[in-house]
Write a protein that binds this ligand. Structure first.
Ligand code: GUN
Length: 283
């Protein structure tokens, strides 16, 4: 495959090397970065994501603590667990794996996490700081995508960036980070009329919808940079993104594969945020 491929595993690996070095430096000062991961219920995708996060922590020497609850756990029990972690000095980052069971108010849980340990960047204080350009924890998937663009020498300033999807986790912050780097940003979503007419205008197209192969050859401009956040199964049960990779490959100037594109970057940025949090303890 040509140099068109934006290889998240490789770029993430380079960033992890520098994180590793900084973790080692901190450890020589007696500080071990620590991440607590709360996993509720038995959603198999969530279990896989959490296992991958823990493996990455252990590879870099970051302490990780998995706290698991059954799906029936009460909101109050979860809240008191978070309160304990907020004051636990071994823990620099707290991540509650989403989605949570329906009877739990997700926003209430996110609001309970200390903004200083909110390594997901989901707390309203961190979201607000991101919007006004103040230093904050940035959500891992969008900040990982910004790193992919940077390492691939994609100049964002002045480009038309189209973001398809408006989740709090990916779509909304993605557009804001692109805007901060001077892109002209258009958001598209499930109610957008004539999606294709808009995606075809994108110099940079980020797709985060959870709909397998939503974007095909006719939906992209020649030479576009395409970032695929999707992780789906096609009709044959094979992993695929929200973009029909094979169909658009010839037309685009750069594209992320699924898997091996955005996924490894999300975890890399979680490690990065956990390190940043732990570094505040250093003199
Ligand atoms: N579920 C899907 N993506 C994420 C993420 O980035 N963080 C958390 N906490 N849950 C998720």
């Amino acid at each position: 495959m040509s140099g068109k491929l934006i290889n998240g595993k490789e770029i993430g690996g380079k960033i992890r090397e520098t994180i590793q070095q900084e973790v080692n430096d901190l450890k020589s000062e007696g500080i071990t970065p620590g991440l607590a991961v709360i996993l509720v219920g038995d959603d198999s995708a969530s279990h896989t994501y959490v296992a991958n996060k823990q493996k990455a922590c252990s590879e870099l020497g970051i302490y990780s603590r998995l706290i698991q609850f059954e799906a029936e756990i009460s909101e109050d029990t979860l809240l008191s667990q978070i309160e304990q972690l907020n004051t636990d000095s071994a823990i620099d980052g707290i991540l509650v794996q989403l989605p949570l069971p329906k009877h739990i108010n997700e926003q209430k849980i996110i609001d309970a996490i200390s903004p200083y340990k909110d390594v997901d960047g989901f707390h309203p204080i961190n979201v607000g700081k991101m919007l006004i350009g103040e230093p904050s924890f940035q959500p891992c998937t969008p900040s990982g995508i910004m790193k992919l663009l940077e390492y691939s020498n994609v100049d964002v300033a002045g480009k038309h960036a189209v973001v398809v999807g408006r989740s709090n986790i990916v779509g909304i912050p993605m557009g804001q980070l692109l805007l901060k780097k001077d892109a002209t940003v258009t958001y598209c979503h499930s109610k957008t009329q004539d999606l294709s007419a808009i995606t075809k205008q994108a110099d940079i197209l980020v797709v985060a919808t959870g709909r397998a192969k939503l974007i095909g050859k006719e939906d992209v401009k020649d030479g576009a940079v395409v970032i695929d956040v999707g992780m789906n199964r096609d009709i044959h049960g094979k992993l695929c993104g929200d973009v029909d990779f094979d169909a658009v490959f010839e037309k685009v100037s750069a594209i992320t594969p699924v898997p091996g594109g955005v996924g490894p970057m999300t975890i890399t940025m979680l490690l990065y945020n956990t390190l940043q949090s732990a570094k505040k303890k250093s003199s």
